[in-house]
Write a protein that binds this ligand. Structure first.
Ligand code: ADP
Ligand code: TRP
Length: 321
């Protein structure tokens, strides 16, 4: 079974990305025969227009994934744009893509509603994503809930292409783990880079401390008994700590005499402890950018072999042989 997923390099990764996505990807590498994980840099161009910011983000995401424990021996880890065959496949898929299907895509409508310009790239984003998935004959695609519709579009395009031109693509399944909790941000909303409420994964100790100490709480005095389930510090703590540690903090809040300041210090301690292996590996990769480059180059070379095979079959199917 082949698992494939893409990660957009559009900013610094945060605790929500780590607990909500990266950790699962790293776990899945142990179970799958084959994992293809890539940095979706072509897609990021729809939102990032500063070339240096894009370069920094690509490098940052590569470092973060490798530091999260991704094993380059087991996972084909590469940059989307290092396999330009995906663009040609995107074109071949676009011939079976109804305009209406793209016009109704939530993420497109959502981006326009947020004031983004209606560019062609934004509009055809799902076709390129379908090409990513189908090019590598993927079986299972782990994604967040917001990507569900893009997977449905992918399946539709695969079915249409296969029906019209013969069986070229494997039908992929989405995998949307519901067990993954939404990580709240420092203001209690979903943690997201768009809300400025993140705890950065690879921040300096000072930045991380500032983010954790800045978690919004109510103004209940230290001595008051507090409901742990309604406070942001506990909600984040619970996701990082062991069940025993979480139960202990909950008990302290309920008993009263335990302030938010103390809880934040405890959260900071656990954050540092849980992320210590990540930070150690990151320091290693930061000091060895050549290793990162080699891993990505070798991933792209492996991905390209597969990409050429599928693209060749698709070209023959439509009559471009
Ligand atoms: P952001 O909201 O910061 O823009 P993305 O939409 O780029 O994050 O998310 C990348 C991945 O991380 C997705 O799979 C998404 O489901 C996951 N993710 C992002 N934020 C959270 C969160 N607060 N809780 C759980 N998972 C998250
Ligand atoms: N659109 C995805 C996101 O924003 C990233 C992505 C691009 C992707 N191509 C993909 C995810 C292929 C899974 C498979 O999260």
């Amino acid at each position: 079974m082949r698992i494939l997923t893409g990660i957009q390099p559009s900013g610094r990764l945060h605790l929500g990305n780590y607990l909500g996505a990266m950790r699962q990807c790293v776990e899945l590498q142990k179970k799958a025969d084959d994992c293809f994980y890539f940095i979706a840099d072509y897609h990021a161009l729809t939102t990032v227009s500063d070339p240096q910011a894009l370069r920094d983000s690509i490098h940052g995401v590569a470092l973060d994934f490798l530091s999260a424990g991704l094993d380059p021996e087991k996972v084909v880890f590469f940059r989307q744009s290092d396999v330009p065959e995906v663009q040609e496949l995107s074109w071949l898929l676009s011939i079976v893509t109804p305009m209406a299907r793209l016009e109704l895509a939530h993420s497109y409508k959502d981006k326009l509603a947020h004031g983004k310009e209606a560019t062609h790239a934004l509009f055809t984003y799902p076709v390129l994503m379908a090409a990513d998935i189908l090019l590598y004959q993927s079986d299972l695609v782990p994604v967040g809930k917001d990507q569900k519709q893009h997977l449905e579009i992918t399946r539709d395009l695969a079915a249409k292409f296969n029906q019209k031109f013969g069986e070229v693509f494997k039908m992929p399944d989405g995998y949307i783990p519901d067990s993954v909790a939404t990580v709240p941000g420092t203001d209690g909303q979903k943690m997201s880079k768009s809300y400025g409420n993140t705890i950065p994964l690879a921040g300096t100790p000072k930045e991380i401390k500032k983010a954790i100490m800045g978690i919004v709480t109510d103004s209940a005095p230290v001595e008051a008994k507090k409901d742990p389930e309604t406070n942001n510090v506990y909600k984040i703590y619970k996701l990082l700590a062991t069940p025993e540690q979480a139960a202990e903090m909950a008990e302290r809040f309920r008993a009263g005499g335990y302030g938010y300041g103390d809880a934040k210090k405890e959260l900071l301690r656990v954050y540092e402890e849980v992320l210590a292996p990540f930070r150690e590996r990151r320091a290693h990769f930061e000091a060895h950018p050549d290793e990162v480059r080699d891993i990505l180059a070798s991933g792209a070379a492996k991905a390209r072999v597969e990409a050429r095979r599928t693209l060749g079959a698709a070209r023959r199917a439509v009559g471009l042989d």
